[in-house]
Design a protein around this ligand. Structure first.
Ligand code: 13P
Length: 330
């Protein structure tokens, strides 16, 4: 097994999942403001310190994704974030795309940017301690979208990114997110998810990317959030696992789902239902909001609420980890 294959297996195995704490400066600042916290560099740092220092986080979390700002910041005890989490037995990761931008010629669609100068940036992240990376493509769904151009350009960028990661010595998390925002049906989400995963697999193959050293971070197949349609965890799991098996090669290292705006308990229940279905890969979580929203709401930037924030994160991380091992549903 190569080092990268081992790292990928460690990220998705052992009944653990990944904490996505890589909100960009802009997104993090607006989430802090909503929680009543001033959106300063120091508060973004203090918030991430609260998260990573959650007691026993490593029992449910294999890796944490940071953004560029955090990867370069230090804890209060002066240790850099990547080295601090590594010493807890958690792999440090880095979000390396520069965001979804309007795609010229395809109104309403976006393409994720960040390929220019990517390889030297990845090489620097390795020297800072990163072991894996993330790139998120964003696919909007309605009657007209996504365009073929959006699916192709995002899949192509994901494959170039994944290939550059392997060259630099990082495990790529490949995240093609079909948004749940919208009034589309669950059947439409399934159709678009299949189309996107097929295109991503084709592009990864054409770049010769080693699937065994690659983690897929997909959306679950869900009805659009304003469709009025409800789907049981069993139905979500069935549709999601089916489309993954249909489109993804069996030698992929594993699948780590994003939460995409589902409420935390719903995301956990859906993850639990997936576990009861056979699949060729480990299935786990790489949640952002479904893990950290309760922690941010409990902390609110107050030094004396750090423990409350950590307890909230710990509750979600343990609930998700427990469903992976079949222990309980949180
Ligand atoms: P959510 O789980 O909040 O969708 O975030 C996951 C993520 O990393 C988005 O890129």
């Amino acid at each position: 097994m190569s080092v990268l294959t081992e790292t990928a297996a460690a990220l998705v195995g052992g009944g653990k999942g990944i904490l996505a704490a890589d909100e960009s400066i802009g997104t993090m600042s607006s989430r802090l403001e909503k929680a009543g916290v001033a959106p300063t560099e120091e508060n973004r740092r203090a918030y991430r310190e609260m998260l990573v220092m959650t007691p026993d986080l490593a029992s449910g979390v294999s890796g944490i994704i940071f953004c560029d700002e955090t990867l370069r910041q230090r804890l209060s005890d002066d240790r850099p974030f990547p080295q601090a989490v590594q010493s807890l037995g958690i792999l440090p990761g880095i979000k390396v795309d520069t965001g979804a931008k309007p795609l010229p010629g395809a109104p309403g669609d976006t393409v994720t940017e960040g390929l220019d100068g990517l390889l030297p940036r990845l090489e620097e992240y390795v020297t800072l301690g990163a072991r894996f990376a993330k790139w998120r493509a964003v696919i909007t769904v309605d009657e007209m979208r996504p365009s073929v151009a959006a699916v192709r350009s995002n899949s192509h960028a994901l494959a170039r990114y994944a290939s550059a990661c392997h060259q630099a010595g990082l495990v790529p998390i490949v995240e093609p997110e079909v948004l749940m925002t919208g009034s589309h049906s669950m059947a439409r989400c399934r159709e678009v998810t299949a189309q996107v995963l097929r295109a991503v697999t084709d592009e990864l193959r054409s770049f010769g990317v080693d699937f065994a050293a690659t983690v897929l971070k997909p959306n679950m197949v869900l009805p659009g959030s304003s469709s009025g349609e409800q789907a049981s965890p069993e139905a979500v799991a069935q549709a999601t696992v089916e489309v993954l098996i249909e489109q993804m090669p069996a030698d992929l290292a594993g699948v780590a789902f994003l939460s995409g705006g589902q409420n935390p308990r719903e995301a956990t229940a859906n993850l639990a239902a997936m576990q009861s279905l056979p699949s060729p890969w480990p299935l786990t979580f790489s949640f952002g909001r479904a893990l950290v929203d309760p922690a941010l709401a409990a902390w609110r930037g107050e030094a004396d609420l750090i423990e409350a924030g950590q307890q909230a994160l710990s509750d979600r991380a343990s609930a998700n980890s427990a469903v992976l091992t079949g222990a309980a549903v949180g």
